[in-house]
Every structure is written in structure tokens, then in C-alpha cells.
Design a protein around this ligand. Structure first.
Ligand code: RTP
Length: 148
């Protein structure tokens, strides 16, 4: 089953949105397979965002990610990478639809509350970086009510 990496960024934590965000993924029917509440250092944040290292906003982005604890999660389910991105909403909250996490709770691109992997391959890399120990193995007892 497909997995994605979701991170509640420091602003999402500070603003008390952890429960709201986890609730949206749970209510959709996805399964939580990894969860940690941690503060990362600059080298780690730079590794996570390595693909963006040439962007002018890179250093500000790293400052933001290391500024406080984040909630790192693995979520599992059918099409969870693309559906997770839809639940999160467009990168720039000015363009995120109402009903999405960024559309409902964020105003600015540099404080957009949450990260979600953009493809199955980047999800695999990000999960390996954040969860070298691997996911927690368990099967939801309601999965036969979610999948036919
Ligand atoms: P994320 O990786 O956080 O889920 O975001 P994304 O794929 O939707 O967007 P991406 O282009 O990968 O950018 C990563 C994060 O960098 C910040 N950003 N700031 N100031 C700016 O112009 C700017 N552009 C991007 C955002 O926090 C974005 O989520």
C-alpha cells in the first residue's frame, strides 16, 4: 500500500493545529504508520529540502523548519501521496482552496503549516530520511470498510 511523508511545520505546531491536521487524515480513512515530535537541526533540514538548495528562499525556509518542533508522520492508503496533497492544498495559501488545510489555516507561502511528499519516489526518500527505523506495522481493523 502507498505511503507518504507528512510534516506539520513549526507554525502548525505553535498554532495548535496538530489535532486538526491528524484528524483530517484519519477521517479520510488513511492509516498512521509513523509519528514523531522532534526539532531538527540545519543539516537535517537542508537534506530534506536539498532539491530547493538553489532557490532564493532556501535559507529562510531552513530557518523556518528549524525554528521549533515539527510533527513527522507516515500515512498509508490508496493514492495517499496525491490525495494527501489535495487535503493539504496548493503551496501558496493565497491559491489553496477553502476546505484544504492551507486554504483554511494559512495566509502566506513561507508559513504554510504543513509539508506533504509530492510523488511516490520522494515519499520513499523522505520516509527513509525521517524514519530510518521504518514504519510501525499494524492493520486498521476497519480497513474492510474503507477498501472494497
Ligand atoms: P512542501 O514541500 O513544504 O510540501 O511544499 P510544496 O511541495 O508545496 O512546495 P515546494 O515548492 O517544494 O516548496 C517547499 C516549501 O518552501 C516554501 N516556499 N517558500 N518564499 C517562497 O517563494 C517560497 N516558495 C516555497 C514553502 O514553505 C513551501 O512549502
Amino acid at each position: 500500500m502507498e505511503q507518504t511523508f507528512i510534516m506539520i511545520k513549526p507554525d502548525g505546531v505553535q498554532r495548535g493545529l496538530i489535532g486538526e491536521i491528524i484528524s483530517r487524515f484519519e477521517k479520510k480513512g488513511f492509516s498512521l504508520k509513523g509519528l514523531k515530535f522532534i526539532t531538527v537541526d540545519r543539516p537535517f533540514a537542508e537534506k530534506h529540502y536539498a532539491d530547493l538548495s538553489a532557490k532564493p528562499f532556501f535559507s529562510g525556509l531552513v530557518d523556518y523548519i528549524v525554528s521549533g518542533p515539527v510533527v513527522a508522520m507516515i500515512w498509508e492508503g490508496k493514492n495517499v501521496v496525491s490525495t494527501g496533497r489535495k487535503i493539504i492544498g496548493a503551496t501558496n495559501p493565497a491559491e489553496s482552496a477553502p476546505g484544504t488545510i492551507r486554504g483554511d489555516f494559512a495566509v502566506e507561502i513561507g508559513r504554510n503549516i504543513i509539508h506533504g511528499s509530492d510523488a511516490v519516489e520522494s515519499a520513499r526518500k523522505e520516509i527513509a530520511l525521517w524514519f530510518p527505523e521504518g514504519p510501525v506495522h499494524w492493520q486498521s481493523s476497519v480497513s474492510h470498510w474503507i477498501y472494497e
